[in-house]
Structure formats: structure tokens, C-alpha cells
Design a protein. Structure first.
Ligand code: PMP
Length: 451
């Protein structure tokens, strides 16, 4: 019998709660909805943080998890493999971009990025290029909160106090046409300019010293959704190849169907050397992430030391693999990638119709069921709101009061501040639920921008 609905900031012993007041307790989930202890229902318009692709309490996923728990919950990977981990790896490789032959399991996104960074470094040690010691990544990016992932990430605010502890990474401009494409440039010319900047950074470091370029295929958790301009990633891939530099694409947030193709890089026509996935892989039913690796790297490990020198206790956890396998099977069985495209177009159309002319909406951008709305004080000058207003935080609270969850982003980014809202609803939503989400979002934006 549940007697709590809210726990005050003073009463909780959970550290992340201690620092955030007023969060309700969630006690249930049903399809695209979360249910609070007071019975209030919230439409999960952001899937948490682009996690809950199948919504909550999906019966097929629960059944697969129960069945696996009854058989075997955990066996350490230095002693055993499990049938379910093998099946999941088979499925992921069968659907991976061409040439990617192996999967390395971890427990989440940051771990996936850490593993990818170390895999890339070890690859060059194995093939006799140990002088390669440098990563290049992008500003206004997010790759996780562990030290290696934080170092490649380009969010100045998140990095600031840990800066002295971080490995030295060169950051170049992200692909952010709304802010950075010159009025005289076509999207393609803008993309070429960005790749020119990357090329200069490589030349400064010496191409033979660079391990990898790291980027989110579609940016997520820092500056709203950032979709690449046409041709950008193809040109990045060619540049990397010219210098023997690896391409690590981080699809922890945008991958696993979120943008309408299983991997976001499919739409760009590029194959990375390492691809990180997490959130939508297990859909939030279990903590799981993975790195997909190109066979070139795996061959080098096989011919060299014979192992990847890394590992965590819970990698390939049987119940996590069972959950992820079930999530991925449901997506394939129910044709949900097609559904993401159809429902994504509907969401885009609703957002543009309801917010396209709003005086405080500067940009609406996205792909599939992954959309960002950038808020501005002034549409003409694209001036952001004063960060002291903490508009994104107010929007989150207001939206929750109206019964929707949207993922707000704000705070100082490279000395600038912007308020953004990220939408990533479950793939199983109905059109009526999308209508509800957009209607409540419009009310919230209206309410907080006129405060
Ligand atoms: N990479 C990207 C692109 C992400 O969006 C995130 C999480 N928002 C991470 C890595 C880190 O994942 P996690 O929080 O599971 O460690």
C-alpha cells in the first residue's frame, strides 16, 4: 500500500533527489503514460530522455524478462556466455551497417562511449601506430558524464569544474545551421565549411596523431535536436579515411529507430568504425548499451594481443539482454520503424502548425520521432532568453502540471545560453496522444514565455 506521493527535499536520502525539490513519485506505467502515486497521469512525450521507445509495461518485453529471470539472471562473462546475449548480438550485427561484425555490451551510454574511445586507442596500439593519442569532437555535444565521455563532450557548462581532470580533446563546430549557417551559404556549402574546419584541426595536430573524430549523428542532449546538413557526414568520413582516422558515431540517443531508421547514420549514407547505442536499445526496461565495432578493429585485436583490454562486471547481463532482444524484436515484428516515420511526420506537421509562427519559437527541427524546439526571446535577432529566467526548468514543471513530460535543455553553452525542448515520444503513441502532447506543449510555452 503506497502512502507517499511526494518526498520533500529534506526527507530524501537519494542524492540526486536531495538536489531537486518537488519531484513526484512514479508508481506505474501504461503504454505511453507514467502514473504518479497520487494517480495523476503523464504522457511520456520525451520517453524519459529518448529512452522509452516502447512506452511502459509492454507485455512482450515483461514476459521475456520474466522468462529470463526464471532461467538465469546473471553469469559473469569471464566464465560464461549466455544464449540470450548471443541472440542479441546476432540480431544487432545482422541489422548493423555493413562491415560491423561485433558487439561489445555495456550498461549505458557513457560506458558505451568510454569503451569506444578505448577500443579506438587500442586499435592503433595493435597496428603499430601508438603515436595516435588525440581525439577530435564537437562543441555543443554530449557524450556522457564519465571522465572520458565528458572530455569528448563539448558542453562547456558540464565540463567546467572537471576541466583539469579531462584528457585534452580538440573541439570543432557542431552542425547547427539555424545559428551558424551564413545567409549566403547553401546547406551543402555550410557543411563543407564545417568539414574544412575539421580538416584544419587535423592538420594542426598532424593527421598521423589523431585517433578518432567523435560525433553524435543527430545531436541530442545539449542544443535541442541537431540534424546534420546533407553531405556533411559523407565528407567527414572521406576526410577521416584520408588520414586513417577512425569515425566514432555516438547514437546513444538518436539511434535504435528514434529517427526513423534503425541507425541514424543509415540516412547519412556513412558507416562509422565504431557506433555507440544505448537508450532505445533496452527501451528503459533494463540498463544496457553497446558498441558496434567494424571488423577491421576486431581483426586487429585478434591478430594482435587477442583481447580488448577493458571490461565491466555487468556486461552482457542476461536480463538486460533479454529485455533488449524483446524490445528489438517487437520493433521489427510490429513494423515500428515505418510507424516512427509516419507518426514523426505527423508530429512535425502538428508542431509546425501550432508553433511555427509563435513569437518565441525560433526553430523546430528533427527527424523521425526526435524533435527539438528552440525558444528565443526575439525571432528576428534569434536572441535567447536571459538564462537567469531558467525558462527550460519552468517549462518542465509547467508541462508536468499539465500532464506531459518533455525534456528541457538550457544553461550556459560555450558562454551562451539557450532554452530548448526535446520531444521523443514512444513509437507506440497514437495520433490522438501526439495531439495531446502538442496541445499541452503549446499551452506551456505560452505560459512560461509570458511570465
Ligand atoms: N551519448 C549521448 C549522445 C547521450 O545523449 C547520452 C545521454 N543523454 C550519453 C551518451 C550518456 O548516456 P548515459 O546517460 O546512459 O550514460
Amino acid at each position: 500500500m503506497n502512502t507517499l506521493t511526494h518526498v520533500s527535499q529534506e526527507d530524501t536520502h537519494i542524492l540526486h533527489r536531495q538536489l531537486r525539490s518537488g519531484l513526484p513519485l512514479a508508481v506505474g506505467g501504461e503504454g505511453a503514460w507514467l502514473i504518479g502515486a497520487d494517480g495523476k497521469r503523464y504522457l511520456d512525450g520525451s520517453g524519459g530522455a529518448a529512452v522509452s521507445c516502447l512506452g511502459h509495461a509492454h507485455p512482450d518485453v515483461l514476459a521475456a524478462m520474466h522468462a529470463q529471470i526464471d532461467r538465469l539472471a546473471y553469469a559473469h562473462t569471464s566464465f560464461f556466455s549466455t544464449e540470450v546475449a548471443e541472440q542479441l548480438a546476432d540480431q544487432l550485427v545482422a541489422t548493423a551497417p555493413e562491415g560491423m561484425s561485433h558487439v561489445y555490451f555495456v550498461s549505458g551510454g557513457s560506458e558505451a562511449v568510454e569503451a569506444a574511445l578505448k577500443m579506438a586507442r587500442q586499435y592503433f596500439v595493435e597496428i603499430g601506430q601508438p603515436q595516435r593519442q588525440h581525439f577530435i569532437a564537437r562543441r555543443q555535444s554530449y557524450h556522457g558524464n564519465t571522465l572520458g565521455a565528458l572530455a569528448v563532450g563539448g558542453n562547456a557548462w558540464r565540463r567546467a569544474q572537471f576541466q583539469p581532470l579531462l584528457i585534452d580533446v580538440t573541439h570543432v563546430a557542431p552542425c547547427y545551421p539555424y545559428r551558424d549557417q551564413a545567409p549566403t551559404e547553401t546547406p551543402e556549402q555550410y557543411g563543407q565549411r564545417l568539414v574544412g574546419e575539421l580538416s584544419q584541426a587535423i592538420d594542426q595536430l598532424g593527421g598521423e596523431n589523431v585517433i578518432a573524430f567523435v560525433a553524435e549523428t543527430v545531436g541530442g542532449a545539449t542544443a535541442g535536436v541537431l540534424t546534420p546538413v546533407p553531405g556533411y557526414f559523407k565528407a567527414v568520413r572521406e576526410l577521416c579515411d584520408r588520414h586513417g582516422i577512425l569515425l566514432i558515431l555516438d547514437e546513444v540517443m538518436c539511434g535504435m529507430g528514434r529517427t526513423g531508421t534503425l541507425h541514424a547514420c543509415e540516412a547519412e549514407g556513412v558507416v562509422p568504425d565504431l557506433l555507440t547505442i544505448a537508450k532505445g536499445l533496452g527501451g528503459g526496461y533494463q540498463p544496457i548499451g553497446a558498441v558496434l565495432a567494424h571488423h577491421r578493429l576486431v581483426d586487429a585485436f585478434r591478430q594482435g594481443s587477442g583481447l580488448f583490454q577493458h571490461g565491466h562486471t555487468y556486461l552482457g547481463h542476461a536480463v538486460a539482454c533479454a529485455a533488449a532482444l524483446a524490445v528489438q524484436q517487437v520493433i521489427a515484428r510490429d513494423g515500428l520503424l515505418d510507424r516512427v516515420q509516419v507518426l514523426g511526420s505527423y508530429l512535425e506537421q502538428r508542431l509546425r502548425a501550432e508553433l511555427g509562427q509563435h513569437p518565441h519559437v525560433g526553430d523546430i527541427r528533427g527527424r523521425g520521432l526526435f524533435w527539438g524546439v528552440e525558444l528565443v526571446a526575439d525571432r528576428d535577432t534569434k536572441q535567447w532568453f536571459d538564462p537567469a529566467r531558467k525558462l527550460h526548468a519552468k517549462l518542465k514543471a509547467d508541462a508536468m502540471a499539465r500532464g506531459i513530460l518533455v525534456y528541457p535543455m538550457g544553461g550556459t553553452v560555450d558562454g551562451q545560453a539557450g532554452d530548448h525542448v526535446l520531444l521523443a515520444p514512444p513509437f507506440i503513441c497514437s495520433e490522438a496522444e501526439i495531439d495531446f502532447l502538442v496541445a499541452r506543449l503549446v499551452e506551456s510555452i505560452q505560459a512560461v514565455t509570458s511570465m
